[in-house]
Design a protein around this ligand. Structure first.
Ligand code: AMP
Length: 210
């Protein structure tokens, strides 16, 4: 009997680059993921299903085995912590940078800085490594607003073109790390569905190297 694989994909920016990659390994959803309101999608392979979820939920679905495989940004994986899953392939897609940002040419206040971010875990480690005392403020979106309304002195966020920062009078300041999307695998699935996962991972690895 062929092993069924469920692959968790992140909605949003990553999806536009993930679908062409899947297509290159011969996997295509039956419906149009970009327009459909469904959350579970059969594909042209009877044993492969896709689920479409929030990017920050992808590691959680894979950790608990609700999906065997997932595609998520390194930012999301570091913030999650990586319990219960293996990071198997750097897909080299959706590249961007995790940076601190704030007002250009405006001196930062002395003392404890306030930093707004969707990534408190990564940000805490970054500032800790530098011996800098900060107060982290967890936000779920629109980080750029925080310095403008005085909620924070800095933000930690993903920067691609820099247009979003620029449009809000902000600038990238410190580079924390480069980010790309990764293929992750549930630890139990890797054992139980070894054959199907091995085949899928090796096809993806080949496609990434082409
Ligand atoms: P940009 O204006 O091109 O610098 O993009 C910045 C905005 O897009 C911010 O809100 C980021 O959180 C988001 N963003 C940029 N790159 C990515 C990515 N690879 N994955 C998810 N979100 C991203």
């Amino acid at each position: 009997m062929s092993q069924i694989l469920t692959i968790a994909l992140a909605k949003g920016r990553i999806l536009a680059e993930t679908l062409p990659l899947l297509k290159r390994v011969g996997i295509e959803p039956v419906d149009d993921l970009l327009t459909s309101r469904k959350l579970i999608f059969p594909t042209n392979h009877a044993n492969i299903n896709l689920v479409l979820i929030r990017s920050s939920d992808v590691p959680t679905y894979v950790q608990y085995g609700a999906a065997d495989i997932g595609i998520a940004g390194k930012d999301v994986l570091l913030e999650h912590g990586g319990e219960g899953l293996y990071e198997r392939v750097d897909l080299k897609i959706s590249g961007c940078k995790l940076m601190t940002a704030g007002f250009p040419n405006k001196p930062l206040p002395s003392g404890r800085l306030k930093v707004a971010t969707k990534y408190p875990r990564i940000a805490r480690q970054y500032f800790l490594d530098q011996g800098r005392q900060v107060e982290l403020i967890k936000l779920y979106g629109s980080m750029e607003l925080a310095p403008i309304v005085g909620l924070s002195d800095l933000i930690v966020d993903l920067v691609d073109t820099g247009n979003t920062l620029n449009a809000n009078g902000l600038a990238p300041l410190e580079h924390i790390m480069d980010i790309t999307s990764r293929l992750i695998v549930n630890r139990a699935s890797q054992k139980m569905k070894n054959q199907a996962i091995k085949e899928f991972v090796s096809r993806i690895q080949k496609a990434v190297m082409e």
